[in-house]
Design a protein around this ligand. Structure first.
Ligand code: HEM
Length: 477
């Protein structure tokens, strides 16, 4: 089989846009009118959904092995469309006729044989999986709407009860069809696993031009019939992938390089954008999502056992207790400061009731105020300033992030040298457009804090508040 020729002929056909599905469906429905009933009444939208996917999958036959799982899922999914084994050769013949038509003189008997062989190979995998599935489960589950509520003009929640139990796992989604809009299947994620009484809830938002979502939000009533397809989901794959990616391009353990060639390094080298991600470890949040779904599976299994609800209640209480760690020690509190002459900070943050009084004053400043806090540029200090800013919500010149702008580094350098280079430091304050300076005098050792306040006053700043050793000055504008 000449795969390159196969793909070239597919590309030649795909160039013809909408004319392709028109030809394909006309050919199929004329030769086999019984297949018309499987497709939506209106074929105007998404007409090429099948044809393009079909052509692409068949011409990608060389990867059929890798696509095995996908093709099996697709075969199983096709049961709900009513695609019986008998129809597969019909679709194959119309596909070959379509590629032949759009390839014109480039079409050859060898190409025709290759397309047929490729289609048969793919179709066999799909038909096989569908036949196996038919012995195990229905093509779809019948469901009845038992409650429906329009929460907003475009958002509805509704509850359905299936006649048979749905083998659903947390994190999966299901396709749905309404008897009011036959043969239009769309995927939705349920809000819960099926309950013991076989009910489950859906939250659906109407999307512009969405035939089914419009029906499910505004056109559904209690008693309406729906069909639900087999649950599908790839959360396991996504979770495993996210875990590999969260290790970053180089894997370290205890500070030692363990491996510098892994999944991430492939993406790092070959996929644009991956070399720009600042903290790959954050894809661990996707892993947490996967683990949460896994915990959901575990909880569902436990809930089915004896005293299951009580076990889950105790487990939930233990988890809440475990997270009850107030006050918590700060992880970024290195006292190895870059600047000399600073006093070490305690390793705890105060409780909300013990918030330094100066920040209540800052909270009262006009919303347009911008604060610069001194000492400036030390991670341990900056994280605290950031933390307090979530109390007063005034703009802050300080603020540490793993990737700080050059300007910030420059300001840090200048504000380190207030005593030795007072003019440069003052220019840094003016350049930052801060309206207020907050001097934490106690944070400077050997009484140097007073010198800092004196420097602000000497440059025309006006003291507007004093809270023990915290002094706040308005910058002349
Ligand atoms: C190798 C064979 C086939 C392949 C690779 C294939 C592939 C596909 C794909 C990728 C979709 C889109 C699925 C989705 O969006 O959810 C689809 C939809 C569909 N297929 Fe197939 N298919 C094949 C054979 C058939 C056959 C034999 C029939 C029966 C006549 C059929 C009937 C349908 C229908 C009714 C839809 C839904 C179309 C719509 O909602 O607009 N397919 N197919």
């Amino acid at each position: 089989m000449d795969v390159q020729r196969l793909q070239e002929s597919f590309a030649r056909m795909a160039m013809h846009g909408d004319a392709v599905p028109l030809f394909f469906y006309s050919d199929l429905f004329l030769r086999h009118p019984e297949t018309r009933d499987l497709f939506p009444v209106s074929m105007a939208a998404q007409r090429d959904r099948l044809v393009h996917a079909l052509g692409r999958i068949v011409s990608d036959v060389e990867h059929a092995d890798a696509l095995g799982g996908y093709l099996q899922d697709l075969g199983r999914e096709h049961r709900k469309f009513g695609a019986i084994a008998e129809y597969y050769p019909y679709v194959g013949a119309s596909l070959v006729a379509t590629v032949a038509h759009f390839n014109g003189p480039a079409w050859t008997p060898e190409l025709a044989a290759d397309w047929k062989a490729a289609y048969d190979l793919i179709a066999q995998v799909m038909i096989g999986a569908a036949a196996e599935d038919a012995g195990a489960r229905p093509a779809f589950w019948e469901a009845t709407v038992v409650a429906h509520e329009l929460r907003r003009f475009d958002l509805a929640t509704f509850r359905v009860a299936t006649t048979e139990p749905l083998p659903y796992l947390p994190g999966q989604s299901v396709s749905m069809e309404s008897s009011e809009r036959p043969r239009i299947w769309r995927f939705y994620s349920p809000a819960n696993v099926p309950r013991d009484d076989l009910t489950m809830d859906f939250h659906v938002r109407m999307i512009d031009g969405g035939t089914l979502s419009m029906m499910l939000t505004r056109g559904l009533a209690v008693g309406a019939r729906l069909r639900i397809g087999s649950p599908v989901g790839t959360l396991t794959i996504v979770t495993a992938f996210a875990f590999a990616m969260s290790l970053g391009p180089q894997i370290y353990a205890h500070g030692r390089l363990v491996d510098d060639r892994n999944v991430y390094s492939l993406f790092y080298q070959f996929v644009p954008g991956f070399d720009g991600l600042r903290v790959p470890a954050r894809s661990a949040m996707v892993v947490m999502l996967g683990l949460a779904a896994l915990a959901g599976c575990g909880a569902a299994a436990i809930a089915r056992g004896r005293a299951g609800t009580a076990v889950i209640a105790v487990a939930a209480a233990v988890m809440v207790a475990e997270s009850w760690a107030v006050p918590i020690s700060i992880n970024v509190n290195s006292t190895e400061y870059k600047q000399s002459g600073l006093t070490p900070l305690p390793d705890r943050l105060p409780r909300p009731s013990e918030l330094p009084a100066v920040y209540r004053f800052v909270e009262q400043l006009p919303a347009s105020s911008a604060l610069v806090e001194l000492p400036f540029g030390e991670v341990a200090f900056e994280t605290r300033y950031m933390f307090y800013s979530t109390f007063h919500w005034r703009r802050l010149v300080n603020g540490y992030s793993g990737g700080s702008p050059d300007e910030y580094g420059l300001q840090a350098e200048r504000l380190k040298e207030i005593v030795t280079e007072p003019e440069g430091a003052w220019q840094a304050v003016l350049g930052s457009r801060a309206t207020h300076i907050l001097v934490h005098e106690d944070s400077y050792a050997d009484g140097r804090g007073r010198l800092i306040s004196a420097w602000a006053l000497a440059h025309g700043a006006r003291e507007v508040g004093t809270f023990q050793s915290d002094r706040i000055f308005a910058v002349p504008q």
